[in-house]
Design a protein. Structure first.
Length: 289
């Protein structure tokens, strides 16, 4: 299944979405998806596998996942003991605050996550208590009708992010341990290779040859572990890069399409709209980040 763009139908003045203590199943889990908001997923219990960007993680109680904007991800709940988790989605505008003269930003943990390609934090007992208390309070604020409820939610999200920062020790560089080794070595090497060469002409035959497995076996395992086929995964990687370039460079759409591996501008436009949910020009003018 190809990655999809997940939209958020919320008021622009309150860019926040919340799914509290939801027990996942294969039937109810979203397919691989992308969105322009930032996401935190906290696991209360159960088991599963989380595929984020190019790494697989074992989902267990007390695990926290930091998912920066425009990151391919999908959870695979265990059939017998499915994961129960809470997901927070938000635009950085929700937690904007003055610096007060300190080198600190509430979004800094997501920068760390993207830089180190690490998306999982095994929470300490103290952080688990703090996280679960804040999540319950957010749920109560959203269900209630007290004045200042949205402000309270914003403050609680800031409190969560501050606690995560302190747990990571971001100011001192944070954890830089290697990601967990889940799945066959050839699969992990393949994901790394795609990550470094997605703008080139690569396909199933070349990748399976590099992995020293048959194309049929490669295709079956890749789909089983990531939830999508090779073509869809490479296409999503290209669109993610294109979105970054649309925001952070002055290159025109044709130049960006070529740099991301597209030899046809109409094909780039069609794929961008299907995966990202809009045209490149619309995204450049005002993405909902």
């Amino acid at each position: 299944m190809k990655p999809i763009f997940k939209p958020f139908t919320v008021a622009p003045s309150f860019p926040f979405s919340f799914v509290y203590r939801d027990t996942k199943t294969e039937q109810r889990e979203l397919p691989d998806h992308l969105h322009d908001w930032y996401e935190m997923v906290y696991v209360h219990g159960g088991k599963g596998t989380f595929f984020i960007d190019r790494t697989f993680y074992d989902m267990q109680a007390g695990s926290l996942y930091l998912i920066p904007a425009n990151t391919i991800h999908r959870a695979f709940p265990d059939a017998e003991d499915p994961v129960t988790s809470t997901a927070l989605f938000f635009n950085p505008a929700l937690v904007q605050a003055p610096s007060y003269g300190e080198p600190f930003s509430y979004m800094q943990c997501f920068d760390w996550s993207r830089q180190h390609r690490r998306h999982e934090l095994k929470c300490s007992f103290a952080l688990r208590e703090e996280f679960e208390r804040c999540l319950q309070e957010i749920d109560e604020e959203l269900r209630g009708s007290e004045i200042g409820g949205r402000h309270a939610v914003s403050l609680l999200v800031q409190r969560i992010l501050l606690s995560v920062h302190r747990e990571l020790g971001v100011a001192g560089g944070g954890e830089t341990n290697k990601p967990p080794a889940i799945g066959p070595l050839w699969m992990r090497d393949t994901l790394l290779y795609i990550d470094e060469h997605f703008s080139k002409e690569i396909g199933l035959r070349e990748l399976s040859k590099r992995a020293s497995v048959s194309p049929a076996h490669f295709s079956r395992v890749f789909k089983q572990m990531t939830g999508m086929n090779v073509t869809g995964f490479i296409a999503a990687k290209r669109i993610v890069k294109a979105k970054e370039m649309l925001i952070w460079t002055d290159q025109n759409v044709a130049q960006i399409a070529a740099a991301c591996g597209f030899d046809s501008l109409p094909h780039f436009h069609r794929l961008f709209k299907r995966i990202a949910g809009g045209t490149p020009a619309t995204y450049r003018r005002g993405p909902s980040r």
